[in-house]
Write a protein that binds this ligand. Structure first.
Ligand code: BGC
Length: 421
């Protein structure tokens, strides 16, 4: 946070010195920085840019490859430091509030009021995009992190049913192995480890303790024996294929699932979007269920676009972008490709695929638990998220590290929200 504060001072100085330029008469393209670069992500971004173009707004693409936005977030920081923030950026979760704190994010209160976001969007979504009385981002869609994808062709051929518990998962793993198929796609990229871990954690500890651990960030809660169980499960999952795990992009892991080299994959439902972009069908080729132990729970990551304050003064166009991308027609078309679901409530979801319908229904159901993803910035800032992911990576890389030691380290890197500011 200290580095961030220094950076903020520099930025504040830069913002104060902005020349007062009049809005351009000629329509200029909007510069959009994002990390939507896999096949499905690219298509989804193209869908948005075409929708904007049809409504008179040109999209100039500034895509930065890298799963989970690791590289994009760094590029954004350096562009801001160089005095060249993009007009629009894929900023999500707590990253949004960090940038809003330094006055970089254009409030979208007028758009939100015109489009009645408070009435039409899910309350959880509204909460996420609201900060200190302002609406600070335009929502695109809701991803479900606690998703388990399986190769339907293999499961049908071997007469297998998707797992509802870890005990069933273990039996399945043995059956797949006996047929020469690796049970689970795996990558040692820290953000992917963190993505798997938080789903496993939610299943092991339940929503109440999950909130203490991830939202309240109570250090002492990390010493709970149920966290130890989640760590042991994570280690077991990594070892279940029997070969040395390696870092690979999530798209490569999804490809192995489609090719039938592995039977299952735990990943946010953007992996479903990717399989569909490659021509796979959720009816014939693959299926999705929730990660064992997480029925009626929705571990969410909500994608949003923020409009950034910059010397070009494109406020009217930026507001138009926010209005267009968050509208229901744009969201329906975008989310169908992306694998996520619209952020609108009271809509007809019959045209969505079965995984998306289940995700939307669970998110909409007041009886189910909606909990935010740490790995995807919904619950803590970039530095805490990275520290947790690195700690988990280390725990997996060092077979001698006891779960209790990992728990102590996690308790140390998790700082309570109040200690942050
Ligand atoms: C984003 C998704 C994206 C995924 C993989 C997540 O943080 O929310 O939109 O597909 O990262 O890059």
């Amino acid at each position: 946070m200290k580095v961030f504060a220094l950076f903020v001072l520099g930025l504040a100085g830069w913002l104060a010195g902005l020349p007062a330029v009049q809005a351009q008469a000629q329509p200029q393209p909007v510069d959009v920085l994002h990390w939507l670069t896999s096949a499905s992500e690219r298509r989804a971004a193209n869908q948005l840019s075409q929708y904007l173009a049809a409504n008179g707004v040109q999209w100039r693409d500034a895509a930065i490859p890298g799963g989970g936005g690791m590289a994009a977030v760094k590029v954004l920081k350096s562009r801001v430091l160089l005095g060249d923030p993009p007009d629009v950026a894929q900023l999500i979760g707590t990253t949004l509030t960090d940038w809003a704190d330094v006055g970089l994010v254009l409030p979208l209160n007028a758009v939100a009021a015109r489009q009645r976001w408070a009435q039409t969007l899910f309350p959880t979504v509204m909460e996420l995009v609201s900060y200190q009385g302002d609406v600070i981002a335009a929502p695109l869609g809701i991803h479900r992190i606690n998703t388990l994808l399986y190769n339907r062709r293999i499961f049908t051929r071997l007469g297998l049913a998707p797992p509802r518990s870890w005990a069933e998962f273990e039996i399945l793993a043995r059956k797949l192995q006996a047929s020469g198929i690796k049970p689970l796609a795996w990558s040692d990229e820290p953000w992917q480890i963190a993505t798997v871990f938080e789903s496993v954690l939610l299943g092991e500890v339940g929503p109440a303790l999950y909130r203490d651990l991830i939202v309240q960030r109570k250090s002492s809660a990390w010493l709970d024996p149920r966290v130890e169980r989640a760590l042991n499960r994570l280690r077991w999952l990594r070892a279940v294929n029997g070969d040395t795990p390696r870092e690979q992009p999530w798209t490569d892991a999804a490809r192995q699932l489609l090719l039938g080299n592995v039977g299952m994959m735990v990943m946010g439902d953007w992996a479903k979007g990717e399989l569909m972009a490659w021509g796979a069908s959720p009816v014939k080729d693959f299926g999705c269920v929730v990660v064992p132990g997480t029925e009626n729970m929705h571990l969410y990551s909500i994608d949003t676009l923020a409009m950034l304050v910059n010397a070009r003064h494109r406020e009217a166009t930026q507001e138009k972008v926010a209005e267009l991308v968050s509208s229901l027609p744009a969201q329906l078309a975008y989310n169908r490709i992306k694998g996520s679901v619209p952020t609108h409530r009271d809509i007809d979801i019959s045209s969505l695929d079965s995984c998306a319908r289940d995700s939307w229904d669970t998110f909409a159901d007041p009886r189910s638990a909606r909990v935010p993803s740490l790995a995807h910035r919904m619950a803590a800032d970039e530095s805490i998220k990275d520290a947790v992911a690195q700690t988990l990576w280390r725990f997996l890389a060092d077979a001698r590290m006891e779960p209790a030691e990992a728990q102590r380290r996690l308790a140390a890197v998790i700082r309570a929200p109040s200690a942050e500011r």
